[in-house]
Design a protein around this ligand. Structure first.
Ligand code: ATP
Length: 139
């Protein structure tokens, strides 16, 4: 069964968008198999965004995720093609390119505050679920 990691980032939590985002995945028919609210450690955020460590916005991105002004909701969703379809439901990474009807297309305008995250491949999903949900058998 396919699983993906979806997160509501601090701006999405602060703006009260958690229930909308969960609701979209529920109504689509996906199954919620893991959920936690946390302020991620720097180590977790660094590892989560390791592929972006050379980017100029990396330090700001990690600070935004970890500064505790609002927590993050980490979730694991399960169902057919959930990795690809989850990304479709989130919309383009840059909200300026995100279509109406997607989460980013409906609720945000800037890439630095794009509300949510979704794994971009089976390899990323496995890595991210392990990272955010830890030990074997937790979910
Ligand atoms: P996500 O992993 O969040 O679903 P993605 O994999 O489509 O997005 P990446 O290029 O890996 O896109 O970027 C990850 C995150 O880094 C983006 O969601 C955004 O929060 C942040 N980011 C990317 N580009 C920029 C930028 N130019 N300025 C600020 N933040 C950025």
């Amino acid at each position: 069964k396919e699983r993906t990691f979806i997160a509501v980032k601090p701006d999405g939590v602060q703006r009260g968008l958690v229930s909308d985002i969960i609701g979209r995945f529920e109504r689509r028919g996906y199954k919620l198999v893991g959920l936690k609210l946390l302020v991620p450690s720097k180590a977790l955020a660094n590892e989560h965004y390791a592929d972006l460590s050379s980017k100029p916005f990396f330090a700001g991105l990690v600070d935004y995720m970890t500064n505790g002004k609002a927590p993050v909701i980490g979730m694991v969703w399960e169902g057919p093609a959930v990795i690809k379809q989850g990304r479709v439901m989130l919309g383009a990474t840059d909200p300026k390119a995100a279509g109406p009807g997607t989460i980013r297309g409906d609720y945000c305008l800037t890439i630095g505050r794009n509300i949510c995250h979704g794994s971009d491949s089976a390899e990323s999903a496995e890595k991210e679920i392990g990272l955010w949900f830890g030990g074997k058998g937790e979910i």
